[in-house]
Design a protein around this ligand. Structure first.
Ligand SMILES: *[C@@H]1O[C@H](CO)[C@@H](O)[C@H](O)[C@H]1NC(C)=O
Ligand SMILES: *[C@@H]1O[C@H](CO)[C@@H](O)[C@H](O)[C@H]1NC(C)=O
Ligand SMILES: *[C@@H]1O[C@H](CO)[C@@H](O)[C@H](O)[C@H]1NC(C)=O
Ligand SMILES: *[C@@H]1O[C@H](CO)[C@@H](O)[C@H](O)[C@H]1NC(C)=O
Length: 253
């Protein structure tokens, strides 16, 4: 079984260098971060394996070293955060919105680590806006008004500043997250079995309802590739049992 040989070699390699690589960020419950946005198709099952209906409500991907895994699920999966916009990172002249906008998101996805880019924060180096965490909001979304991000088109000539400085606040999902009363939007996709983890109301510090790190559990070191490209299927597929994935795709069609 050449695959088994490869697996054990990988495991040995991981044990040798893994400790140095998987220094996840132990972030406080409140702090500064940045926010970007990305396209998440409605009904898409992202890295945590949360149900398709979770996309009917505000969700976000979290930067890898805070998410806590390089593949599939991690300790951030299912957690809810109240994100408040401060000001765009890139705006000339600087832009300070006259209204304060907040949104409560549930983390359902991984924003892969890259050397540059907004999800590049590690324990020792923040991203180029000085933030260790980046929340990548699924937006546009039917769950979020199209004018959620403040803008001044007359002055800047465009409405999308792209990256915002924000504050984040860890909040309980129950009551705070818009999807918390819809059972279909909670939990993980059953067919994915142990490749998914999406607690309805995780409470940080309670090991019984916080997801473990999938990559640590399976000896997969963080992906430290330099490309900033976001190839989500690459992230999702390797660890899935392909039989189950095929079944899932049939269900979704
Ligand atoms: C926001 O972004 C600017 C530009 O990168 C940066 O100088 C500033 O320190 C950031 N933080 C806050 C809280 O505004
Ligand atoms: C989110 O934060 C804003 C700004 O601090 C606050 O006004 C709002 O009540 C908070 N929402 C929740 C659900 O905590
Ligand atoms: C930890 O989580 C479990 C499962 O959700 C729950 O039954 C238990 O009461 C929680 N313990 C604390 C101290 O929050
Ligand atoms: C995938 O899962 C199915 C059903 O649990 C099992 O029959 C099959 O052997 C698995 N395939 C692999 C490659 O592990």
């Amino acid at each position: 079984m050449p695959h088994m040989t490869f697996f054990f070699l990988s495991l040995v390699l991981f044990l040798a260098v893994g400790n140095a690589l998987s220094q996840w960020i132990d972030y406080p419950d409140n702090g500064l971060a940045t926010m970007t946005h990305y396209t998440l198709p409605s009904g898409y099952v992202a890295s945590c394996g949360c149900t398709p209906a979770s996309t009917d409500y505000p969700t976000a991907a979290l930067s890898q070293m805070a998410y806590g895994s390089s593949t599939n699920y991690g300790p951030a999966c299912g957690r809810c955060f109240n994100l408040t916009l401060l000001n765009p990172v890139i705006a000339t002249p600087p832009f300070f919105p006259s209204v304060v906008k907040s949104i409560v998101v549930k983390v359902t996805d991984l924003c892969p680590l890259s050397e540059t880019g907004w999800c590049s924060g590690t324990t020792t180096m923040p991203n180029s806006a000085g933030a260790y965490l980046n929340f990548d909001l699924a937006y546009p979304s039917k769950a979020i008004p199209d004018d959620f991000f403040p803008s001044d088109e007359a002055l800047y000539g465009y409405t999308d500043f792209g990256v915002w400085n924000i504050t984040y606040q860890s909040v309980p999902c129950l009551d705070s997250w818009a999807g918390s009363n819809n059972a279909a939007a909670l939990g993980s996709v059953k067919a994915l079995e142990s490749s998914a983890c999406c607690p309805a109301d995780p409470t940080p510090g309670n090991a019984s309802n916080i997801c473990p790190s999938y990559s640590e559990k399976n000896g997969i070191p963080p992906d430290t590739s330099t490309s900033d490209s976001r190839c989500r299927m690459d992230v999702l597929i390797p660890a899935l049992n392909l039989t189950l994935l095929a079944g899932l795709l049939l269900l979704l069609i």
